[in-house]
Design a protein around this ligand. Structure first.
Ligand code: ADP
Ligand code: MG
Length: 275
């Protein structure tokens, strides 16, 4: 077997687009993101392109400051590209919507004064067409899917870290989003807990097959969690490559991939240029 044979190397500033095949669920095309800074502009990403397909575990990987969070916020509709476009199901993303749910770091976004059921139902008021009965049924079903039925009436402080993660994901999934956005959800955790939650996330994905866009700066996390990895150069973030990380990769193949990514990120330090 030849590990990483699916790796596609692309020049800086270019994007990664499959030709032909099914249309992308999420299409990011030539996206430049900039922030005002005094009289100047800070360029967070430069002409980044990529496609996310249904059931992808798509990773945005790059060093701190390369614009990963900015890209996720742009997909979330919280900030607008200065150049390029983001389309979900071929509709231009212009504002936040329940079709893109963000799961935040450490899952401490659960309200401590609400039960698991209360937490999962909370954002559903955004779904005006759903009746109260409907919302409750969907929440119960989502809680069941993540295996928390017995804890529906428990409060967050009564849950383990893994259960909080499942509750946070149940809440996001109950909204029936097209894509789950996760920004370094495990960054603040110790290595052992991180590993356990990564495994739990993968198990959940195995059961539910959702689409996720997952940001990390950890190479090992990228190869563990991801099915495809977009490697970004340091500030301003540009696409270095998109790499496939098939589920049947063994430990040795993952190591080779990680080595390849390490070299790529190291190399990009020397060739990156400012805009
Ligand atoms: P990452 O998530 O990869 O660490 P970010 O998207 O947070 O990167 O930031 C990318 C660049 O954009 C950084 O140089 C950062 O300082 C800048 N930046 C991010 N958010 C803002 C903001 N609200 N205002 C100004 N500059 C910002
Ligand atoms: Mg970030």
């Amino acid at each position: 077997m030849t590990p990483c044979s699916t790796a596609a190397f692309v020049p800086q500033g270019a994007g990664v687009k499959a030709s032909g095949g099914e249309p992308a669920l999420l299409a990011v095309d030539g996206v430049t993101l900039q922030y005002p800074s005094g009289k100047d502009l800070v360029t967070a990403t430069w002409r980044v392109s990529f496609d996310v397909h249904h059931m992808d575990r798509y990773i945005l990987l790059g060093p701190s400051g390369c614009g990963k969070s900015s890209l996720l916020k742009a997909v979330g509709g919280f900030i607008r590209p200065t150049e390029g476009s983001i389309r979900l199901r071929n509709n231009l993303v212009q504002k936040p919507g329940p079709d893109r749910m963000m799961v935040f770091q450490e899952f401490d976004q659960l309200f401590p004064w609400l039960t698991v059921l209360g937490n999962v139902m909370f954002p559903m008021s955004a779904r005006e067409s759903w009746s109260l009965r409907d919302r409750r049924d969907r929440a119960i079903s989502s809680i069941e899917k993540v295996g928390l039925t017995q804890f529906a009436d428990s409060y967050p402080h009564q849950l383990s870290g893994g259960m909080k993660q499942r509750a946070a994901i149940a809440r996001a999934m109950a909204m029936e989003p097209d894509v789950l956005l996760m920004d370094e959800p495990f960054a603040a955790l110790d290595a052992l807990t991180r590993r356990r939650l990564q495994d739990e996330l993968l198990k959940l994905w195995d059961d539910l097959r959702f689409t996720m866009l997952f940001v990390t700066h950890g190479i090992d996390e990228a190869t563990r969690v991801g099915s495809r990895i977009l490697v970004l150069s340091p500030h301003p973030g540009q696409v270095r490559a998109e790499l496939a990380c098939p589920d049947d990769f063994d430990a040795g193949q993952r190591k080779v991939l990680e080595q390849q990514i390490t070299e790529m990120l190291f190399e990009s330090k020397e060739t990156a240029h400012e805009h």
